[in-house]
Design a binder for this molecule. Structure first.
Ligand SMILES: C[S@@+](CC[C@H](N)C(=O)[O-])C[C@H]1O[C@@H](n2cnc3c(N)ncnc32)[C@H](O)[C@@H]1O
Length: 217
């Protein structure tokens, strides 16, 4: 995603520590206290400009949503959307997903959404793909038993790679859809990238994965 320098971003983040949580590591294991309820927590990794998480939070007011985004100039745009929406069930974290297990305790999450993750097509960049086995190990750790991963992408290379990686790492492929919009799923909420690719007529691929704990798979 294109990043523009936003000189106001640091000030903005400091002014909104309850929307983009400052020092998120300190809430590991007690995110329910942050939301002041015990509802399931769904995580989106690589939230981008925030359209998906805001629309999902409106659609499912009884779910808590957390979005992780590593790019400061992008997460501030997502935070502006969250503030305008006035949804109380969203928090954003300006952090790299590499740190997932520092942020969440075992079994703390119910679902992880990977939306249009960077494909990193070169072999030497495989470790950066969000479905590389080191990331899957972290997802297993923080997802509760039978927790779900939903992946959407326009990129067939990443999709094929991810299906193989899920399967090789003991996760269960529950659903595969090779043209999400042809299926006309009214519950689907589009991301910014999804809108762009869909407008160009490109198919969107989606899969749903369930995940047991390491050793139980
Ligand atoms: C291609 S964009 C897609 C954005 C959005 N999900 C969408 O579909 O419109 C990928 C996003 O993931 C973020 N990202 C990539 N790697 C990340 C990581 N390791 N941790 C957190 N965010 C990451 C990027 O900064 C970028 O905003």
């Amino acid at each position: 995603m294109r990043q523009r320098h936003k000189p106001w971003a640091d000030d903005f983040l400091q002014e909104h520590p309850d929307t983009v949580i400052s020092n998120p590591v300190s809430y590991r294991g007690r995110w329910k206290d942050v939301f002041a309820n015990d509802a399931p927590i769904h995580l989106e990794i690589g939230t981008g400009k925030g359209q998906f998480i805001v629309e999902m939070a409106k659609q499912y007011p009884n779910i808590n949503f957390i979005g992780i985004e590593v790019a400061k100039s992008i997460i501030v745009t997502a935070a502006q959307k969250v503030l305008v929406s006035e949804q109380l069930n969203i928090r954003l974290l300006h952090v790299d997903a590499e740190r997932l297990t520092e942020l969440f305790a075992k079994d703390e999450l119910t679902k992880i959404c990977l939306n249009f993750s960077d494909p990193w097509p070169k072999n030497r960049h495989e470790k950066r793909r969000l479905t590389y086995y080191t990331f899957l190990d972290k997802y297993k750790e923080v997802l509760r038993p039978n927790g779900e991963i939903i992946l959407k992408t326009d990129n067939m290379g990443l999709f094929e790679y991810s299906l193989a990686s899920f399967s090789q790492n003991g996760m269960r492929i529950e659903e595969v859809n090779l043209d999400l919009h042809e299926a006309d799923d009214s519950t689907n909420r589009m991301t910014e990238y999804e809108e762009k690719f869909t407008a160009k007529g490109q198919p969107i691929y989606r899969c749903r994965i369930t995940c047991n704990h390491k050793g139980n798979s």
